[in-house]
Design a protein around this ligand. Structure first.
Ligand SMILES: [Zn+2]
Length: 224
């Protein structure tokens, strides 16, 4: 980090230590914003680090922060770490926070949409309400964690929903009705769309996922 004067190095080191502790990398993406956000008030933890552990890390920030009276950020255009005066930094942070809230809102809306589509495709529309995710503001207290979690949940959903229906090698009557092309002669009664168990499996996993994330009560009705 050669761009920084030595007096700012202590501050940089402590911010970097938080990133190292949480993400096991010296300066994770958006570290300067996340750490500032956590530094401003009580936190509910970040990533996989406990609240106590994190607070000890954040306490260590005070001394170098008072000495430097600035903040450190990564400049994507110039490259590397730079110091920035506090008035300008606060404006940068506000801009980032607005952008991050919008990003999170879009992500949560997509997640809710995917869950709704999944619920109705599994023909359990009654469960839709239980699968609805909380408003984005409810998860804002730890933005990076919420965003990463939402993306991971969506990726997991995409994988679950990508599971195909059974198609027999010979495209015989063993091919699932749900995978049949129009006019194809397959087995199963016209009422049962999926006869291969795929829809049942997908819905069961979806229900389990919703229970894991707390969006469906554990004692809630679990239909096959
Ligand atoms: Zn099927």
């Amino acid at each position: 980090m050669p761009e920084l004067p030595p007096s700012y190095q202590a501050l940089t080191d402590v911010i970097s230590a938080v990133s190292q502790r949480v993400h096991r990398t010296p300066w994770a993406h958006d570290t300067e914003y996340e750490v500032w956000h956590l530094f401003q008030g009580p936190s509910a933890g970040w990533g996989w680090v406990s609240e106590d552990d994190l607070n000890a890390q954040l306490d260590a920030l005070w001394r170098p922060f008072r000495a430097a009276e600035c903040w450190i950020y990564r400049d994507s255009e110039r490259g590397g770490l730079w110091s920035v005066g506090l008035p300008r930094w606060r404006a940068m942070y506000e801009e980032w926070a607005v952008r991050r809230r919008q990003e999170l809102a879009v992500e949560m809306a997509q997640l809710t949409e995917t869950l709704r589509a999944a619920a109705s495709s599994a023909q359990h529309a009654a469960e839709e309400a239980a699968l609805a995710f909380p408003a984005p503001t409810a998860v804002w207290k730890s933005p990076a964690t919420a965003l990463h979690r939402a993306r991971a949940q969506r990726a997991l959903l995409d994988e679950l929903l990508a599971e195909p229906h059974h198609i027999d090698d010979e495209r015989s009557q063993f091919t699932c009705r749900a995978a049949a092309v129009p006019g194809e002669d397959v087995g199963g009664s016209p009422e049962s769309v999926c006869g291969c168990g795929r829809d049942e499996r997908v819905f069961r996993r979806l229900t389990l996922l919703a229970q894991v994330t707390g969006h469906l009560a554990l004692e809630g009705s679990v239909k096959p």
